[in-house]
Write a protein of this length. Structure first.
Length: 139
């Protein structure tokens, strides 16, 4: 009999495989940072499908801060599986007139910070956490 841990790992491996397919699909359209997305699929699966808490409104109670904008394709790949973005939308990433940038800006669905400047995520995450603590939140 498989333990819950074995089932959990198998489920996360399946999510990671779906995310890798999403990354390749997105990058086949207009290019992009496929290497980062494929390499981070296991990490992204663990974060999005095992650690982050949904808030019941189709969004997350927790926040994911990624200061390296070149890695955010993994966020998009996960959010496609969660129904936050469609693959049709994501295939337009980086195209003229698309609302989806390769390095997302604050306000894009699923992103609370502008990413791209390496190393800014720690200070941004600390600021978000301090603000939430001041409000008495457990986010």
């Amino acid at each position: 009999m498989r333990s819950n841990s074995d089932r959990r790992i198998k489920t996360l491996e399946l999510w990671a495989a779906k995310m890798r397919r999403n990354v390749v699909d997105i990058c086949m359209q207009r290019g992009g940072y496929a290497g980062q997305g494929v390499a981070l699929s296991d990490v992204g699966a663990c974060i999005y499908f095992d650690e982050m808490r949904p808030d019941g409104k189709g969004w997350f109670h927790d926040r994911f801060v990624n200061s390296n904008g070149h890695d955010t394709i993994i966020n998009f790949a996960a959010m496609a599986e969660l129904g936050i973005y469609t693959m049709e939308e994501l295939r337009t990433m980086g195209a003229d007139g698309s609302h989806i940038d390769q390095s997302p800006i604050e306000g894009a669905r699923g992103f609370e910070i502008t990413s791209g400047s390496l190393g800014t995520g720690v200070s941004q995450a600390a600021g978000i956490a301090l603000g939430e603590r001041k409000k008495g939140s457990d986010k």
